[in-house]
Design a protein around this ligand. Structure first.
Ligand code: HEC
Ligand code: HEC
Length: 335
């Protein structure tokens, strides 16, 4: 018995040595500034659009289906490519007839955590947002909601809508609901920072300096919480886009934009609503000057970038869906 307890004691000592200097697994390291949080596993779900596996699968098909564009060429995935962190890495996206829109495409990853969608917040829910692109003349350019439904019927979606929603389920609203349900699964947990926060992993010394610096200089007054955004809308005096004012017409809303998330920000260049800022280092430098009236040294910027890189999570693994199409029949919908 004595031998056993000695072994137990030395095993405890080894364990202590292993964990000395790093946090005990499961505990939040003391150096993490207040307000920084782990990305939750589940997003809030509206009561009128409950999740189900079949609905998510239908939403995935719709997300990848170019049938929802006039040319038959553009899908949600064209601009929000799920293989490249939900963005197209372009300043502004190319849509119908190779036209470019006025704003940078934000990522769809973790978008279920936003209280409002778009840079200016003009769509409250993912369900509202998903109705925009199919009818937007510079995105997918369909003529009307009825056109979109006709496309889905031609492609052969009737039975699947009936199975997911009630009979006669194919409609523009239900299309948006299915897409939104799919989007609520596109979350990126387990970033290096999340593992560090739970005492399960490490981040570099540079990243730690960056983590403390963003709290010190005040970035976290806006970029806080699990998303590293407080989900609020604030003025950003940069560029010619008037932001929220272009929606409300109010002088107070001039240049007001949503505080963007830092989740996966290292993978979603270029930056800001106009996509004119090419590198993350530049974006950090601009933010410090414009939002905080602070000039950061090159080394401080590099530390902050190292910290932001720890917020790159794990991409959801997506199997490319088989889209419904009628057998032996050409769909005459191309321009
Ligand atoms: C031609 C490119 C293009 C296509 C196609 C497109 N989007 Fe977007 N998407 C954008 C741009 C640009 C914005 C930002 C517009 C703004 O904020 O004014 C955006 C914004 C969004 C947002 C808001 C994210 C946030 O952070 O607020 C979501 C969600 C989204 N799109 C989903 C979709 C879905 C679903 C589809 C398909 C039905 C789709 N998009 C098709 C370019 C595109
Ligand atoms: C007063 C609130 C506020 C403060 C403080 C602030 N930001 Fe921002 N941040 C914003 C807003 C608003 C945006 C969206 C800007 C836009 O419209 O393009 C943003 C965007 C960003 C982006 C680009 C995200 C993207 O996807 O394009 C980065 C990176 C960023 N902030 C980093 C920082 C850093 C680092 C600091 C501290 C040095 C900081 N921010 C301080 C409000 C703030």
């Amino acid at each position: 018995m004595k031998l056993c307890s000695n072994i137990a004691r030395s095993a405890a000592a080894v364990l202590f040595l292993l964990f000395a200097g790093s946090a005990i697994a499961g505990e939040r390291p003391a150096d993490i500034p207040e307000g920084m949080g782990i990305l939750p596993v589940n997003v809030p779900v509206p009561t009128d659009n409950p999740m189900s596996a079949a609905k998510v699968e239908l939403g995935k098909k719709l997300y990848f289906d170019p049938a929802l564009s006039k040319s038959g060429q553009f899908s949600c995935n064209s601009c929000h490519n799920l293989g490249t962190w939900g963005v197209d890495n372009q300043a502004t996206s190319i849509g119908h007839r190779w036209q470019r829109g006025g704003r940078n495409a934000p990522t769809v990853l973790n978008s279920g955590f936003w209280s409002k969608q778009f840079w200016d917040g003009r769509a409250p829910l993912l369900e509202d947002q998903a109705k925009g692109p199919p009818l937007n003349p510079v995105e997918m350019a369909l003529g009307s909601e009825a056109d979109a439904v006709a496309r889905l019927q031609m492609a052969g979606y009737n039975a699947e809508f009936d199975a997911v929603f009630d009979k006669g389920g194919i409609s523009f609203d239900n299309m948006a609901k299915a897409i939104a349900a799919f989007e609520r699964t596109l979350n990126t947990p387990d970033a290096a920072f999340d593992l560090y926060l739970q005492g399960k992993g490490k981040i570099s010394a540079a990243a730690k300096r960056g983590m403390l610096k963003v709290a010190d200089v005040g970035c976290t007054s806006c970029h806080a919480g699990a998303l590293f955004s407080n989900n609020k809308f604030v003025a950003f005096q940069y560029g010619s886009d008037t932001g929220l004012k272009s929606v409300t017409g109010k002088a107070d809303d001039d240049h007001v934009f949503r505080v963007q998330s830092w989740r996966n920000v290292a993978m979603t260049a270029p930056y800001f609503h106009d996509g004119k800022t090419a590198t993350l280092a530049e974006a950090v430098d601009v933010m410090a000057r414009v939002q905080l009236d602070t000039v950061l040294s090159k080394a401080e910027v590099a530390d902050i970038v190292a910290f932001l890189e720890t917020l790159t999570g794990v991409l959801p693994s997506i199997t490319y869906p088989q889209l419904p199409r009628p057998a032996g029949q050409t769909l005459e919908w191309h321009e």
